[in-house]
Design a protein around this ligand. Structure first.
Ligand SMILES: *Cc1c(COP(=O)(O)O)cnc(C)c1O
Length: 386
C-alpha cells in the first residue's frame, strides 16, 4: 500500500463527519443501539463493534487502520503507552510454568515485568546476547512460549537477525515479539521477516512532539483479538480518543520528520566522531558498527538516537559537560522536536562512578528538528569545557 495513501486517506470516511478534513475526536464513553440484534452482536464481538470506548472508538479506529497498514499487518491495537503494549502482548501469551527468552537489557519496563511481576506467577525469563543466533538455539526449552526482541535497543543498538530468529521460533511454535520503537515501520518492517507481533512506543517518533503517550501493537487478527479481549479490555489500557487524534496528527509528518532528523544526525555524528575528546560513537549505520551488514539488510535507515563514550575521568566532568550544552535538554524519552542528552552518569551517584567502566561514560544523544550547525556549535563549546 502506498504510504501517501495510508497517511492521508486510509480509514478516513469524511462523508461520515461533515466532510471535515481533520477527523473528529469522538469523545464518548458509550454508543447507543437501535435494535436488540445489534446490541447482541456488539456484546459478542466487541473487537469489531462500537459498544464502549474502553474497547473500540471511531477516532482510535482510524488510527489503528493506518498503523496496521504501515506495518503491513492485518490489524493493530493502540494502547495508552508503549509499556502497556509490552505488558498486554506478553500477558496474553504466557501461563504459569512457561518460559520466555529475552534479549539482555530490553526496555526497562519489559525487564520489570519479566523480573518483578512474572516471577510471582511462575514464568521464568532467560536473558541472552541476541547478536548471535546460537544463543537463541541454546536457550530454548520445551516450555518456551515467547522470544522477546528489541532491535536496535536504545543505548548500545545491538540488533537481532529478525529473519533467522523468526524462522527458528516458527519451527517450534514460539511467539516472537519485537520492540520496533527505534526504527518505526518507516525504517523496519518486522512482519516482513516473519515476526508475529511488532510493538512500538508511539510516544517517540509517531507522536513526534513530546506531548502524548501511546503504544502500538500489530500482528494477525487472531493474535490481536486475544490480546484485545483478555488484556486491553481488562487492563483498560487502550488509548483515549484525544491522544489517538494527536498520534494521527503526528503520523501525517512522520516520513518527513524522520528524513530531516536522519540527515541532521549524520552531520552531527560526522563532527563528533572526529573529536579528540570522544572515545567512541555507537550508531547502527556507522561504518564502525559491528553489525553494520545486518543493519543494512533489515533496516532502511536509522536516525536521531546515538551514543557517545566520552573521555572523562570524573562524574563532575560529565555533569559540567552536560549542563554546558545550551540547546540540549537533559531528559528521558526521545523522538520529539527537541534535542536531548542523557548521560548514564546522571543515574549514578558520584561515589559509584567508575571511569574504567565504559558504560559509565556513555552519553545518549537525541537529535531533534534544530539546524545541525546550531547543535554542532553547541557541542563545540561544551566539549571545550570538558
Ligand atoms: C519509551 C520506550 C518504551 C515505552 O514506551 P512508553 O510509551 O514510554 O510507555 C518501550 N520501548 C522503547 C524502546 C522505548 O524507548
Amino acid at each position: 500500500m502506498d504510504i501517501s495513501y495510508i497517511l492521508n486517506e486510509l480509514g478516513e470516511d469524511r462523508s461520515q463527519y461533515f466532510n471535515a478534513v481533520s477527523p473528529p475526536i469522538v469523545q464518548t464513553s458509550n454508543f447507543a443501539f437501535d435494535t436488540f440484534e445489534e446490541l447482541r452482536n456488539a456484546f459478542a464481538n466487541e473487537e469489531s463493534a462500537f459498544l464502549y470506548s474502553r474497547g473500540k472508538n471511531p477516532t482510535v479506529d482510524i488510527l489503528s487502520k493506518k498503523l496496521a497498514a504501515l506495518d503491513g499487518a492485518e490489524d493493530a491495537l493502540v494502547f495508552n503507552s508503549g509499556a502497556s503494549a509490552i505488558y498486554c502482548s506478553i500477558m496474553a501469551n504466557v501461563k504459569s510454568g512457561d518460559h520466555i527468552i529475552s534479549i539482555k537489557k530490553p526496555y526497562s519496563w519489559a525487564t520489570r515485568l519479566f523480573d518483578n511481576v512474572l516471577t510471582r506467577f511462575g514464568v521464568e525469563t532467560t536473558y541472552i546476547d541476541g547478536t548471535k543466533i546460537e544463543n537463541f538455539h541454546e536457550a530454548i526449552r520445551p516450555e518456551t512460549k515467547i522470544i522477546y526482541l528489541e532491535t536496535p535497543n536504545t543505548l548500545t543498538y545491538e540488533i537481532q537477525d529478525l529473519a533467522a530468529v523468526s524462522q527458528l521460533a516458527k519451527s517450534l511454535d514460539i511467539i516472537t515479539i519485537v520492540d520496533n520503537s527505534y526504527c518505526t515501520p518507516i525504517y523496519q518492517k518486522p512482519h516482513d521477516f516473519g515476526i508475529d507481533l511488532s510493538l512500538q512506543s508511539g510516544t517517540k517518533y509517531l507522536g513526534g512532539h513530546s506531548d502524548v503517550l501511546a503504544g502500538v501493537l500489530t500482528g494477525s487478527k487472531e493474535m490481536l483479538k486475544k490480546i484485545f479481549n483478555e488484556q486491553l479490555l481488562n487492563t483498560g489500557s487502550g488509548i483515549s480518543p484525544f491522544n489517538a487524534w494527536l498520534i494521527l496528527r503526528g503520523l501525517r509528518t512522520l516520513p518527513m520528520r524522520l528524513e530531516h532528523i536522519s540527515k541532521s544526525t549524520l552531520k552531527v555524528i560526522d563532527y563528533l566522531k572526529k573529536h579528540p575528546k570522544i572515545e567512541k560513537l555507537i550508531f547502527p549505520f556507522d561504518e564502525n558498527f559491528p553489525q553494520l551488514e545486518l543493519a543494512r539488510k533489515q533496516m532502511k535507515g536509522a536516525c536521531g538516537l546515538f551514543t557517545i563514550i566520552i573521555k572523562a575521568t570524573s562524574h563532575h566532568q560529565i555533569e559540567r559537560f552536560t549542563y554546558s550544552l545550551k540547546h540540549f535538554l537533559v531528559a528521558v524519552s526521545w523522538g520529539g522536536h527537541e534535542s536531548l542528552i542523557l548521560p548514564q552518569a546522571g543515574g549514578l551517584s558520584p561515589e559509584d562512578f567508575d571511569p574504567t567502566i565504559e558504560r559509565h561514560r556513555m552519553v545518549r544523544i537525541y537529535i531533534g528538528f534544530e539546524d545541525p550547525e546550531y547543535l554542532i556549535s553547541d557541542f563545540e563549546q561544551a566539549l571545550e569545557v570538558l
